[in-house]
Design a protein around this ligand. Structure first.
Ligand SMILES: Nc1ncnc2c1ncn2[C@@H]1O[C@H](COP(=O)(O)OP(=O)(O)O)[C@@H](O)[C@H]1O
Ligand SMILES: [Mg+2]
Length: 532
């Protein structure tokens, strides 16, 4: 509608007044539109009109109130200039007075007494259009400021949740490591089918659900990202589709269209999986068991064009992206819901947690990507994730899944300030025949290490500890013994950690909480290349 912003709308019902006026205006380079009456003007006032030009005859008693209502309903920035040509050349009337009464305090009115000099009319119109342009500037300024405020609110929300998540998740994950680790150990020894087995299975399931929640919370806060490497999004989507197949209602169809030969995205595989999972699960839930429901997941290249916007109306820079699209023909969303879906704890589900999409948002931001949503009630929903392409992947060394490799008779040094973590790790590793040495902070670990460096075959190192933290300890150990495998572990893995440790050759990362099996697997993986 921008082209209409400098257009003058003319209403002059008598004779050739309208045609003549618009002809004259056109000769002076002013665009004009002739409207049949004030009702038409009122209806189209919001379309972007530069100024209104009426003859007095246009102000019919039945029409004027409708126009006045429209004028009163203008947005705050708008005060559309109105020029009325009054009188008909006979000096025995003073209609200006009644005209002012007619419009009252509303309306930005200029009265011109007929006969109107051509120059006078032009001057009045130019000044009206100039004033209007300033109003448009104000409108644009207000819109821009509103958008900035919205973005600021969004950032502040992210930050406050980030602080909350950081504080809670670290401790919470430590506690969960104790619960999940011990329960999974007991479960390994329980008789399948027994009461103990069933009860312990519930404990394990519950703590895994709790771990998922903290993981979503951390992801929203942008604190969950750890190992960044080039990934094949198509391959990932195909793998996940197999995993989630049984979460989709039987009546629904899950279709995957994964583009071949896509450039890789640079990201954390766990986190990108989390995006795909969360979007597919939401889509499946939106189907509500209806017949003929489907979820389409596709990957591809996406060329962003100028004017392309993200879910907040922020421009998406015109560049190529790797695109993940998850589309469903489920319930869809109204505008109010669509506006809030990424808010943490926003849910419309009875048992919802409202963290799924908040996590997606945090992860996408962390990967410098963009999010788009299209949805209408009853018409399904499309979520699109745009990620910047990364460098082509380096060949990954295949990890041989050997059965529990020995530490060559050497001990595993476990460094963690949380007693419950130390004890469960010791129990799990001892059960597999490993010898374990414990330290409750970095300083103690170094003392132990320095007395018999040749006796240590692997180090499991917590990152956040008092006295001497994981990072410093790591540096000391690597200096003394560069080849010694070190597994880093944390209940709170920040993006900054990824940068700090990038290229420093640690052997693996273990996100707390972990089960006994995950711990043993990770250790076996790190020892495997050594025993070959
Ligand atoms: N595909 C979808 N179709 C319709 N509504 C959706 C879809 N995905 C998300 N939503 C809406 O967004 C809300 C938030 O989603 P999410 O953050 O995953 O939390 P939860 O799934 O726990 O409710 C949902 O409760 C739902 O109202
Ligand atoms: Mg969800």
């Amino acid at each position: 509608m921008k082209t209409l912003e400098q257009c003058v709308v003319v209403v002059a019902p008598v004779g050739r007044d309208a045609a003549l006026t618009s002809e004259i205006l056109a000769q002076s380079g002013i665009r004009a539109r002739i409207a049949p009456d004030l009702i038409d003007v009122a209806r189209r006032l919001g379309d972007g009109t530069g100024a209104l030009l009426f003859t007095e005859e246009a102000l019919l008693p039945a029409h004027t109130p409708v126009l006045l209502a429209s004028i009163r309903a203008q947005p705050a920035w708008s005060d559309i200039p109105i020029i009325v040509m009054i009188g008909n050349g006979k000096a025995d009337r003073a209609p200006g007075q009644s005209m002012r009464q007619l419009f009252g305090p509303h309306g930005n009115i200029t009265l011109l007494e007929r006969p109107v000099q051509f120059e006078t009319l032009l001057a009045a119109l130019h000044s009206a259009l100039r004033a209007r342009r300033r109003q448009y500037d104000m409108r644009d300024y207000l819109a821009e400021r509103q958008q900035q405020e919205e973005q600021l609110r969004e950032t502040q929300k992210l930050e406050s949740i980030g602080v909350l998540a950081g504080g809670v998740a670290h401790d919470f994950n430590n506690l969960l490591t104790g619960i999940l680790g011990n329960a999974s150990l007991l479960l390994e020894n329980a008789l399948p089918g027994s009461f103990e087995y069933q009860a312990l299975s519930e404990v394990v399931k519950g703590s895994e659900r709790a771990a998922e929640l903290t993981q979503n919370l951390l992801a929203y806060a942008g604190k969950g990202r750890f190992i960044i490497r080039p990934l094949d999004l198509s391959q990932m989507v195909q793998e996940i589709a197999r995993l989630v197949q049984n979460l989709i209602p039987k009546t629904a169809e899950l279709r995957i269209e994964a583009a071949a030969g896509l450039p890789p995205v640079e990201g954390d595989s766990g986190q990108l999986q989390q995006i795909v999972m969360n979007l597919i699960i939401n889509a499946a839930e939106a189907l509500e068991e209806r017949r003929g429901g489907w979820v389409h997941v596709s990957t591809g290249l996406f060329e962003s064009k100028a004017g392309n916007e993200d879910y907040l109306g922020k421009p998406v820079p015109p560049e190529p992206y790797i695109c993940l699209t998850v589309r469903d023909n489920g319930t869809g969303m109204d505008a109010a819901t669509r506006k809030r879906v990424f808010d943490p704890f926003f849910t419309t589900k009875f048992q919802g947690r409202g963290l799924g999409l908040a996590a997606v948002l945090g992860i996408v931001r962390g990967h410098r990507g963009y999010l788009q949503v299209e949805s209408q009630p009853g018409a399904g929903t499309t979520f699109r994730v745009l990620l910047p392409p990364g460098r082509p992947p380096a060949r990954e060394a295949p990890v041989s899944a050997a059965a529990t490799p020995e530490a060559g008779g050497k001990a595993i040094l476990v460094v963690d300030d949380e007693p419950s973590v130390r004890s469960v790790v010791q129990r799990a590793l001892s059960a597999k025949g490993y010898r374990v040495v414990l330290a409750e902070n970095g300083q103690m670990a170094l003392d132990l290490f320095n007395t018999a460096p040749a006796d240590i075959g692997l180090v499991l190192l917590d990152l956040t500890m008092p006295v001497m933290g994981g990072e410093e300890t790591y540096a000391h150990i690597k200096r003394a013994s560069p080849e010694l495998p070190v597994i880093l572990s944390s209940g709170f893995s920040g993006a900054s950690l990824a940068e700090r440790f990038a290229g420093k050759g640690f052997s693996g990362f273990l996100q707390k909480p972990f089960s006994a099996a995950q711990l043993v697997d990770k250790i076996a993986q790190c020892l495997a290349p050594l025993v070959r």
